[in-house]
Design a protein around this ligand. Structure first.
Ligand code: UDP
Length: 329
């Protein structure tokens, strides 16, 4: 039997579900795992009928057992929006630390190659711009984002330790802001927030004066970058993201044009430690993987808007969280 077997954690989430699709398409046997705290089975229910797909409802912060062979592990389980990790800080810390430890142990046991999902948040509120992989970051350990940022920094450290000490085949992808279908409409992130507000006929909320920047990557581009990194022989962290940077104010204007909303843009307090600027330096990904993003923001936003419009009405009004302000104070 030469079918390769891959374990994907966080499989019901935004990125995890797209990875499941990709690996199924590549002919892998996909073992999907999720504890469904922030994931949604609707993202992968179309895969349940396939023979080369199986799903386990499990929290990887607890011991992970997979029977049989395993060739690859993709660890993508984690809350990943600022509201989520403010609401469930301990789980966020545990899945990045204990969960990663469990999966590294599993990878060692199975002699599997493992890629872990790190983040541009390891750079914190960066003082170097754009951010190359060599930049060590500027993180407030005890601020609201500390639980996520430090979990991810620990995750990178333990992954490198398994690589150097045990000779494990490891990959570390630092993911920058990514968007596309299957993002949760109410996770508080700026893109679903703006589109959701436009669809509900509410004002668009900019935090701070909107001069802070982000660089948004369309999900298909990101998945291609991750796939190439996994199949490469590069063990140090690698940025994958779209360097096309935009201020949040200009981004709000783009959403106004895209959706045709006639609502106002209103300004709210900037959350603590909100990074002022973010843009990946993707020189390494270009050189070593021959990868760069292909989907323009205009095209990606159109597809994403169509997806959000197609969601059932109740999803649009479903509140995952009481109120953003409750969690930021
Ligand atoms: N933001 C905003 N309005 C919102 C939600 C977010 O202006 O309704 C801002 C947020 O303060 C940040 C940027 O948009 O500066 C991106 O936020 P997001 O939560 O999407 O991701 P981050 O990159 O901060 O993790």
């Amino acid at each position: 039997m030469d079918e390769k077997r891959v374990l994907i954690t966080g499989a019901a989430g935004f990125l995890g579900s797209h990875l499941c699709d990709r690996f199924v398409k590549e002919g892998f046997h996909v073992i999907a795992m999720d504890n469904l705290i922030t994931g949604d089975l609707r993202n992968i229910e179309h895969l349940f009928k396939l023979e080369n797909f199986e799903f386990y409802h499990h929290d990887v912060s607890k011991f992970v057992h997979v029977s049989g062979e395993l060739h690859y592990i993709l660890h993508f389980a984690s809350p990943a929006s600022p509201i989520d990790y403010l609401k469930i800080p301990i789980q966020t810390l545990k899945v990045g630390s204990l969960g990663t430890h469990n999966l590294l142990g599993l990878a060692k046991d199975k002699n599997a190659r493992i890629i872990i999902a790190s983040t541009s948040e390891v750079y914190g509120d960066p003082t170097v711009h754009p951010q190359p992989e060599e930049y060590y970051g500027n993180v407030n350990t005890v601020g609201p984002r500390g639980v996520y940022d430090e979990a991810k920094r620990f995750q990178e450290a333990i992954t490198m330790a398994y690589h150097t000490f045990h000779g494990l085949e490891t990959r570390i992808v630092r993911i920058f802001n990514t968007y596309g279908p299957r993002m949760r409409l109410n996770d508080g992130r700026v893109l679903p927030a703006f589109i959701g507000q436009a669809l509900r006929g509410e004002d668009l909320t900019i935090f701070g004066d909107g001069s802070q920047t982000r660089s948004f990557c369309y999900v298909d581009d990101l998945i291609e970058g991750i796939y190439r990194l996994l199949m490469s022989d590069y063990a140090l962290p690698m940025n994958i993201g779209n360097p096309n940077e935009i201020s949040i104010r200009d981004f709000a204007e783009e959403i106004v044009k895209l959706t045709g909303t006639t609502q106002k843009i209103v300004y709210k307090d900037l959350p603590k430690d909100d990074p002022k600027q973010r843009q990946p330096d993707i020189t390494k990904a270009k050189q070593l993987l021959g990868w760069e993003p292909k989907v323009s923001r205009a095209d990606g936003l159109k597809i994403t808007y169509e997806y959000f419009k197609s969601l059932p009405h109740e999803v649009l009004y479903q509140r995952d969280h009481k109120n953003f302000d409750d969690y930021m104070r």
